[in-house]
Write a protein that binds this ligand. Structure first.
Ligand code: PLP
Length: 408
């Protein structure tokens, strides 16, 4: 045994300025920096208090329904004839996805700080719905900024947010989608940072958000590791998760970073590798700053964030959480992809063979796991099933009905 103290990787990063190697940090105007410093100081203080920890644990157990189970996919594994595939069932977390894990943590922090309003942007509406859920639970008003184009496209989520009591602010400038929604939400937050708090939806944005959101999602990895060892007597060979901003992937990866386990992040390859046809930032991007942090991003000819596309709207983001850029740069993670078509097939495959309708985002991870299982028989693969697919069923049957006729 070595006597050298070994500090687990996840305890080493980020540094006190929020850098994971050269990635991350905080690249924002001074007035916003002062607010981020305050949120960081509050997070460092409050999240270590016994009261906060006890309340978050109770919420996770009694309200969210945690721990979520790990399920073995017997029929899918037999059909592929390769490795054994297991799912960490974040689709069974309250509100149907992993996003509530960090929204409850952020909203609980807001409660301890006496904040009167939760502010966020949303693209497809998933983060908006999760935050609206947390706001209703704690009785804190929620203001969600959303581009007019997305409001028209994502009607059911807009309705959900309104039923849950959130105010949806339509954003009518620029391209009227996610980027403008971020700008609008930050403007609103800066008008009254004392009484409000900004709640980011993934492991992105300026320090301390990539750290905070990872820590809130880490419960997924801790539970999954314990459950998997309990079920099988050992560790999985591979852990697989889809990567949009990267929160569900960082959550499950955190539980296995110090283990001899391959970690695979799956990016959306959409219609193919041509610019504008995908959102595979780590696979096809280069270093750059966007939304206040340094990472690997997809740029257009002018160096601005590129237009991106994926069938899964939760994955179409032109950058990626800085910790993913870092872990990939040191070779700790493997970056893979799945196309729209592969994700749609996996969506039906999991539905038909296991009785589980996955979110289209999560279907990317399943599609990749199926490819991996064929290449590496006699292995075990644990997939983070980040969410359920109820939100996607109308879209899938309108656009991809022919896949419903196939044999799986
Ligand atoms: C939002 C979302 C994602 C993508 O976000 P990450 O931060 O990359 O995890 C994945 N799956 C589901 C179900 C989502 O709602």
């Amino acid at each position: 045994m070595s006597t050298k103290p070994s500090i687990p990787l996840h305890r080493q990063v980020p540094d006190e300025r929020g850098f994971f190697g050269k990635f991350g940090g905080s690249f924002i105007p001074p007035e916003l920096q002062a607010q981020m410093d305050e949120i960081n100081a509050a997070y460092q203080r409050v999240s270590r208090s016994a009261d906060y920890i006890a309340e978050l644990r109770r919420i996770r157990r009694d309200y969210q329904g945690r721990p979520t189970p790990v399920s073995y996919c017997g029929r899918l594994s037999d059909k592929i004839g390769g490795a054994r595939i297991y799912l960490k069932r974040e689709d069974l977390n309250h509100s149907g996805a992993h996003k509530l894990n960090h929204c409850m943590g952020e909203a609980l922090l807001a409660k301890y700080l006496g904040k009167k309003k939760l502010i966020a942007e949303t693209g497809a509406g998933q983060h908006g719905v999760a935050l609206a859920t947390a706001g209703a639970y704690f009785g804190i008003p929620v203001e969600i900024h959303m581009g007019e184009v997305d409001i028209a496209k994502e009607h059911p989520n807009v309705v959900r947010m309104r039923i849950l009591g959130a105010t949806v602010v339509p954003v009518s400038f620029g391209a009227r989608t996610l980027k403008e929604a971020v700008d609008s939400a930050f403007q609103s937050y800066l008008k009254d940072p004392v009484n409000s708090i900004y709640c980011i939806g993934s492991v992105v944005g300026p320090h301390p958000f990539p750290l905070m959101v990872r820590e809130f999602q880490r419960v997924v990895g801790i539970e999954a590791r314990e459950q998997f060892v309990g079920m099988t007597g050992g560790l999985p060979d591979s852990v697989v998760a889809c990567v949009g901003g990267g929160s569900n992937a960082m959550g499950i990866f955190s539980g296995f970073l110090d283990d001899p386990v391959e970690l695979h992040g799956v990016e959306p390859l959409g219609r193919g590798a041509a610019p504008g046809d995908h959102a595979a930032s780590l696979s096809h991007g280069s270093e750059g700053v966007m939304h206040g942090f340094n990472s690997i991003m997809l740029k257009d000819g002018k160096g601005e964030p590129a237009a991106v596309y994926s069938v899964a709207s939760g994955l179409d983001y032109p950058s990626v959480g800085p910790e993913h850029a870092y872990l990939n740069s040191i070779g700790r993670t493997v970056v893979g992809t799945a196309t729209d078509e592969e994700a749609i097939r996996a969506f039906f495959q999991l539905s038909r063979l296991e009785g589980i309708i996955p979110a289209l985002e999560s279907a990317h991870a399943v599609a990749y796991a199926v490819k991996l299982a064929r290449q590496r028989p006699a292995r075990s693969i644990l997939v983070n099933l980040s969410g359920r697919g109820d939100k996607d069923i109308d879209f899938v049957m309108e656009k991809y009905a022919r896949y419903a006729e196939l044999e799986y």
